[in-house]
Write a protein that binds this ligand. Sequence first.
Ligand code: PLP
Length: 229
Amino acid sequence: MDLAERLTDLRQRMRAACARAGRSLDSVQLLAVTKMHPPETVDAAVALGLTLFGENRVQEAKAKIPLCSSRATWHMIGHLQSNKARDAVEWFSMVEGVDSLRLAQELDKRAGQADKVLPVLLEVNVGAEASKSGFNPDILLAELEPLAALPNLRIQGLMTVPPWKPQPEQVRPFFRAARELKERCEARLGEPLPHLSMGMSGDFEVAIEEGATLIRIGTALFGERRQAP
Ligand SMILES: *Cc1c(COP(=O)(O)O)cnc(C)c1O
């Protein structure tokens, strides 16, 4: 299958998942994950109408983004080190992986220096996996107030990478936990949070059924990535 066929297939599966959940297709945004793929792949996706792209490494993104169509907008989807916060503010329209108050404070400072308000998602480690970044849910609730008080960040919702399971259905409880945590955050903040970023190539249909508004898709669009060196 070529990219156009994979995109058609993906949209069809998104539409079916939305129908099962009684949601409209336009309530779910597709973010195309282009890590380890060249600018030509991004431009081919832009030519097919995709505009939202994700990268998980600042170094790679900085080198790639200037070579891609200016119609592409970019989200940072991986773990971000504080010393890369300034670059992240410069190159991304949203940072999805804010996983500590300290990183949020650094992004806030850098966004302020750049005279920007940066949209962010708070990453939550719903599986409580030691190997993964993300807020522990209790800590997130405890730190929500100082996070929301940062003047140059706009919290738009939550992002999660659940534990890997052989069957997508086994991931459902983690997606549901993320949605429930988002609802608790909304209650705490007294305002709606528009975004819940969850679901990748192997499990996006379940994520949509559980309320994802942003799905992050690499392999199902662009094929297998070559291994990192
Ligand atoms: C690589 C990556 C994805 C995309 O994964 P696929 O399984 O290739 O769709 C999504 N989210 C994050 C955070 C990633 O690093």
